[in-house]
Design a protein around this ligand. Structure first.
Ligand code: SF4
Ligand code: SF4
Length: 375
C-alpha cells in the first residue's frame, strides 16, 4: 500500500539533494556577486533549518528570513483586541493554532483563558459553526488570522453562517496580503534582498501571478517553491541560474500545486465577502497601505471590530525593547543577533512572536540550532 510518506520520499532523497547542491555550487561559481534570497514564508525557513540546507550551499548564497508567518506579523494591539473580546460577558473567542500563545501587551490569550475567559483554539475554522450552534445564548467571535491561504476558509465560514442564519457568530478579521509586505521590505533602503523564494500555500490560492509586479518593479527573480528540501534546492538552482544569466523572471517550481492564475473559485469567494483595508499595522513593518482585508459593508453586522468598537483598545503597542522581531521580519537581522535569544526568550517563555509561532525564524533557529551563513 502506498502511504503519504512514500510520496514525500523522493522530495527528501539525500542523493538528489546532494546532486542539486553540486549543480548550485557549479552555477554560483560563475558569479562573484552575493545572492541574498528571502524566503518569505516561515515554512521554507523551517525546511532550510531542519534539513541543514544552508550548510550545503556555497558562501555567496545567503538566506534572509521574511515576513511570511501570520502569527509573527500580528501587532500586539490586535492580540489585545482578541483578549478584550474574550473578556466581554457571554462571549466565546475562537482562533487558530499558535495565536493563543503570542504575548499581547496585556498578556497572551492562554493567560486570559487561565483567568476564566472562554477561548477555544481550533484547527478547522468550520468547527466554529458547531461552537456557535451549541451556544445560542453566547456571542461567538472568530479571530481570523492568516495570509491569502486562509482567507477563503474564513469566507467559507461566513458563507455558511449566512446561509444557515447562525446570527451569534461574529468575525474579527486580520487577514494580510503577501505582495504589499514584499513591497515594504524592498522599499526599505537597507534591504539586501535580491531574489525571492515565493510562498507555496499562498500561491496555491492566489496563483504565481501575484509576484509579477515584484519581479518587474525590483528586477528580482521570484521562484515559487514547494516545501520539501528537494523543492527548495531546485528553486535555489533556478534562482542562481537566473542571476548568472542576468535575468529577473517569475518562475514556478511548485507547478504540481500552483498555477499562474491560482484557485479562481477561492479568489471569488474571498472577493464576495472581503475588500482591501486602507491600512494595517504589521508587527515590525509598521502600517502598510492596502495590505490586509476587511469585511465588505454588506457584512458589517458580522464585524466584531465595529460592533465592539467602544471597548476595543486603540493604542498601538510596540514590541519589548529587547526583541528584534521587527528587524527579523524586515530581513535586517538574524535571530542570533537578538541578545535574549535562547536566554530570556525561548519557545517555553517567548518574548516575541518569532519565537512563539511554529513557523517563526527564532523558533526554527532554537529548534534546529545554529547556521553559519544565514544573513
Ligand atoms: S529571540 Fe525572542 S525577543 Fe529576540 S527577536 Fe526572537 S522572538 Fe524577539
Ligand atoms: S521571521 Fe517570523 S514572520 Fe517571518 S517568516 Fe520568519 S517566522 Fe514568519
Amino acid at each position: 500500500m502506498i502511504t503519504l510518506n512514500d510520496f514525500y520520499q523522493g522530495f527528501r532523497d539525500p542523493q538528489t539533494i546532494r546532486h542539486l547542491a553540486q549543480l548550485i555550487a557549479q552555477e554560483a561559481a560563475k558569479t562573484d556577486d552575493q545572492i541574498n534570497i528571502m524566503e518569505v514564508c516561515g515554512g521554507h525557513t523551517h525546511t532550510i533549518m531542519k534539513y541543514g540546507l544552508l550548510q550545503l550551499l556555497p558562501d555567496n548564497i545567503k538566506f534572509i528570513h521574511g515576513p511570511g508567518c501570520p502569527v509573527c506579523v500580528m501587532p500586539k494591539e490586535r492580540i489585545d483586541h482578541a483578549a478584550t473580546l474574550a473578556s466581554q460577558a457571554d462571549t466565546i473567542l475562537v482562533t487558530l493554532g499558535d495565536m493563543i500563545r503570542v504575548p499581547g501587551s496585556m498578556g497572551s490569550l492562554a493567560q486570559f483563558r487561565a483567568k476564566g475567559c472562554d477561548i477555544r483554539p481550533i484547527y478547522d475554522p468550520l468547527d466554529t459553526l458547531t461552537i456557535a450552534r451549541d451556544n445560542p445564548d453566547k456571542t461567538v467571535i472568530f479571530f481570523a488570522i492568516g495570509f491569502e491561504t486562509s482567507a477563503p476558509m474564513t469566507a467559507a465560514l461566513l458563507a455558511q453562517a449566512e446561509a444557515l442564519k447562525i446570527d451569534n457568530l461574529l468575525f474579527h478579521i486580520n487577514h494580510v496580503l503577501v505582495p504589499p509586505a514584499i513591497d515594504a521590505v524592498m522599499s526599505d533602503s537597507r534591504s539586501k534582498v535580491n531574489a525571492f523564494i515565493g510562498p507555496a500555500h499562498v500561491s496555491v490560492i492566489s496563483g504565481a501571478k501575484i509576484y509579477q509586479s515584484t519581479v518587474d518593479q525590483y528586477q528580482t527573480p521570484v521562484v515559487v517553491s514547494g516545501f520539501e528540501p528537494v523543492d527548495v534546492m531546485e528553486s535555489i538552482l533556478r534562482i542562481v541560474t537566473q542571476k548568472v544569466a542576468g535575468k529577473a523572471e517569475l518562475d514556478n517550481q511548485y507547478s504540481r500545486s500552483v498555477s499562474y492564475e491560482g484557485n479562481l473559485a477561492a479568489q471569488q469567494l474571498v472577493d464576495k465577502y472581503f475588500m482591501v483595508r486602507d491600512s494595517f499595522r504589521w508587527r515590525g513593518l509598521g502600517p502598510i497601505a492596502n495590505s490586509a482585508l476587511t469585511l465588505r459593508p454588506e457584512y458589517h453586522h458580522r464585524d466584531a471590530e465595529r460592533i465592539y468598537v467602544k471597548v476595543l483598545p486603540t493604542t498601538e503597542i510596540d514590541d519589548h525593547k529587547a526583541c528584534m522581531c521587527g528587524d527579523i521580519l524586515r530581513g535586517l537581522a538574524n535571530p542570533k543577533d537578538c541578545k535574549v535569544f535562547g536566554r530570556g526568550c525561548s519557545p517555553q517563555t517567548p518574548l516575541g512572536s518569532c519565537m512563539v509561532s511554529s513557523e517563526g525564524a527564532c523558533n526554527a533557529y532554537y529548534r534546529y540550532g545554529e547556521v553559519s551563513h544565514a544573513n
